[in-house]
Ligand binder design. Structure first.
Ligand code: VAH
Length: 316
């Protein structure tokens, strides 16, 4: 059985149906702090900061793989640093300890481009470089990467991880991230409303469309163990663009769409991150290859959200 912790989050919401399709409804357990609006398949309430609650689910469902997708993201974490650190680390360490003690075969814990800080090269950021993150979220991800490596070397745990860029998806509303502008902007565009962007128009950031992020995750998890050379976290790239470039791509579908730029505290976070990522190690080790670029991602997001918003309008 596979356990998805943080199943209601941005990644979890989109990954769950893929895992259910691949492994069968009865072999996937979704867990989160609160019940989702619509439950499809097995759902368990879980506070992953509580080890006993995690052990109980692992035992009851004979869990063999864990996807730990619960974390406080970059922007939200800055509002309460110690709370964010404790939640991100306690959950990750609980997952690693339970995995070690209960014979879990594989563990996926994502990292992020937020792990990079001001001393990492900004363009083509390499797999191995100094990590001096600017946010609590980034600090917790660097610590988590080092714990993943530790549990692999000391206990032989098959840990796997990806440094996700900003992930763009239609399946959930954005929450707490610095790259969330790239999701929120589409919701305003399809509602034919203007959007106020909290980053400056020339803020170049590494991004990835959710379909690519999910495929990378499943391809990494399916890769033979002897292909895995990175046990901290793999760099992963999809594309890089600025808010101005995204706006122009959207305006090809909605010519009247307008954006105002009002940078806030998230600009400082974004400026500490890479502008583009070198994912050549992932390409070499397990054949990573992105499929979506700015044009195809924009088309897909607008198609999906237009359908979604049209279903909403009659009920409004
Ligand atoms: C965030 N979407 O903005 C997340 C992610 C690289 C960005 O870590 O915090």
């Amino acid at each position: 059985t596979l356990l998805v912790i943080g199943a209601n989050g941005q990644i979890g919401t989109a990954l769950l149906p893929r895992l259910q399709a691949q492994f069968g409804m009865q072999h996937v357990v979704a867990a989160d702090l609160r019940k989702p609006q619509t439950e499809t398949g097995i759902f368990e309430l879980l506070d992953a900061t509580k080890p006993d609650a995690l052990v109980d689910i692992v035992r009851r469902y004979r869990v063999t793989q864990i996807y730990h997708l619960a974390a406080i993201l970059s922007a939200k974490g800055e509002s309460d640093p110690i709370w964010a650190w404790n939640l991100n680390m306690q959950t990750s360490l609980n997952v690693l300890e339970v995995a070690r003690l209960h014979g879990i075969r594989k563990v996926f814990v994502p990292s992020s481009i937020a792990a990079f800080g001001e001393h990492a090269p900004k363009d083509g950021t390499p797999q191995s470089t100094l990590l001096d993150p600017a946010t609590v979220y980034g600090i917790s991800k660097v610590a988590t990467e080092n714990w993943l490596l530790y549990y692999h070397k000391r206990y032989g745990l098959d840990v796997r991880s990806l440094r996700y860029p900003g992930v763009i998806s239609y399946q959930s509303m954005p929450g707490g991230g610095t790259t969330d502008y790239a999701v929120a902007i589409f919701h305003e565009a399809v509602r034919e409303q203007p959007y106020t962007c909290f980053l400056a128009p020339d803020t170049l950031l590494p991004m990835i469309y959710m379909d690519d992020a999910l495929r990378a995750t499943l391809e990494l998890m399916d890769a033979p163990e002897d292909r895995i050379s990175v046990r901290t976290s793999y760099n992963l790239a999809g594309m890089s663009f600025t808010p101005a470039e995204l706006t122009a791509a959207i305006q090809r579908h909605f010519p009247a769409f307008t954006v105002r730029y009002e940078p806030d505290f998230r600009q400082v976070i974004a400026d500490s991150w890479p502008r583009s990522i070198d994912d050549s190690v992932a390409r070499h080790d397990w054949g990573w290859q992105p499929a979506f670029d700015l044009t195809s991602m924009t088309q897909e997001m607008i198609t999906r959200l237009t359908a979604f918003h049209n279903t909403l309008i009659p009920t409004l």
